[in-house]
Design a protein around this ligand. Structure first.
Ligand SMILES: Cc1ncc(COP(=O)(O)O)c(C=O)c1O
Length: 394
């Protein structure tokens, strides 16, 4: 029987009953291990055979035991995948993805609105390995014409970082499939809950579990989810080759986080819309970037492809970034910080240089603030924004 996603979030990965006591803890314990014991050599040999066939038997603690399997099951169920590989951070998942799919001499096409540190990874590591990355704007450029004979990966983020630009994934997927190039997407915004890239044609979905999956700003984690056997085998082998592993305690915290996701996400989303409605009335606000806001150009795609939204939005002001600094300092309920997806509200003063690579950015010298709307009372958050916005400097 298939259940609603919100039911699955509560029940998947609950763990098996103990064969002797016939009971099970409601909350699966964190099974910590560096290595595993095999009952006899035959069991070990069977595991080795499975591994040689490209399967993922338990051989060593690196990919974890029951707790890890439970979280993988959660990701697979939510994303409609068959395989999930966990990493110690979202960025580590990005590294794992690129190392699994590309070799020296290969080329990757990456959407220009990707999470910033992807570019550092490109400049500091991929370049030196002889892997070339070129950036494109999926809503402006013709993907087909950018594909080269050595293009081996198309990697996008939708909605994009900072400006939340929705991409037409099915359209990108048609081109990628025509050229037999894997299409991977950073689905951290959707966090496996409100956006289903695999169903929309992507081959790999990447989620920084650090954000809404964890939900409490207390762990770092990443996941790669796919239903393609060939890609799963490559990622799994690479993961073993580089020793990429996640602590059982972090997995346990992430599992605890997902149990309340069905109530957290709509709350973040509703409050974010209330903040958009407030900001839209402010004389200094030029534009709000939030795909669930009806005036956002991505609203149509969001309606078509997403089942909900979250607490992320950016706001462009008719003043410079410098003039917004006193506003950021005046906020009392919004912590100044990166990351997002926890219970608390956050503000990021967006450095203008971070917006320049986004072809969709038309704001020239306008300042932008990125907000994460947390679970605080919406009246308090709006009152805080209202008082802080009086500090826009002249
Ligand atoms: C869209 C997106 N993807 C990936 C990451 C990386 O996640 P982590 O902080 O777990 O490395 C982030 C972090 O901010 C992000 O915003």
């Amino acid at each position: 029987m298939t259940h609603h996603i919100d039911t699955s979030l509560v029940h998947i990965g609950s763990g098996a009953f103990d064969p002797i006591t016939q009971t099970a803890a409601v909350s699966l314990p964190a099974v910590r291990t560096s290595t595993v014991r095999f009952k006899n050599l035959e069991v070990l040999e069977a595991a080795q055979t499975q591994r040689a066939q490209g399967l993922r038997p338990v051989m060593y603690g690196i990919s974890g035991l029951e707790t890890h399997r439970a979280l993988e099951e959660v990701f697979n169920t939510l994303e409609g995948g068959n395989y999930c590989m966990l990493s110690p951070s979202g960025l580590a998942s990005i590294h794992l993805l690129f190392m699994s799919t590309l070799q020296t001499g290969d080329h990757a096409l990456v959407s220009d609105g990707v999470y910033g540190p992807m570019r550092t990874f490109d400049q500091d590591l991929l370049k030196g390995l002889g892997i070339e990355v070129s950036y494109f704007s999926p809503n402006h450029d013709d993907l087909e014409s950018l594909i080269r004979p050595n293009t081996k990966l198309i990697y996008v983020e939708s909605p994009s970082s900072l400006l939340f630009e929705m991409l037409d994934l099915p359209a990108l997927s048609r081109v990628a499939k025509h050229h037999n190039i894997p299409l991977a997407i950073d689905n951290t915004w959707g966090s496996s809950h409100i956006y289903k890239p695999l169903a929309l044609g992507a081959d790999i979905s990447l989620v920084a579990g650090t954000k809404y999956i964890a939900g409490h700003s207390d762990l770092l984690m990443g996941a790669l989810i796919t239903n393609r056997d060939d890609l799963a085998t490559r990622i799994h082998r690479t993961q073993y080759a580089i020793g990429n592993s996640v602590s059982a305690d972090d997995v346990w915290l992430a599992l605890r986080g997902v149990r309340t996701m069905a109530v957290r996400m709509p709350h973040h989303a509703q409050s974010a819309l209330s903040v958009c409605a407030f900001l839209a009335t402010h004389p200094k606000v030029v534009r709000i970037y939030h795909p669930a806001w009806p005036e956002d150009p991505g609203y149509g795609l969001w309606q078509r492809d997403c089942s909900g939204s979250n607490g992320m939005l950016s706001v462009e002001f008719n003043c410079t970034a410098e003039q917004l600094k006193p506003v950021v300092n005046a906020l009392t309920l919004f912590g100044i910080g990166f990351s997002w997806g926890g219970f608390e509200s956050l503000v990021q003063w967006v450095n203008p240089s971070a917006l320049m690579p986004h072809q969709t950015w038309q704001g020239q010298d306008h300042g932008v603030l990125r907000l994460h709307i947390g679970l605080e009372s919406i009246d308090d958050l709006i009152a805080d924004l209202k008082q802080a916005l009086t500090f826009i400097s002249k």
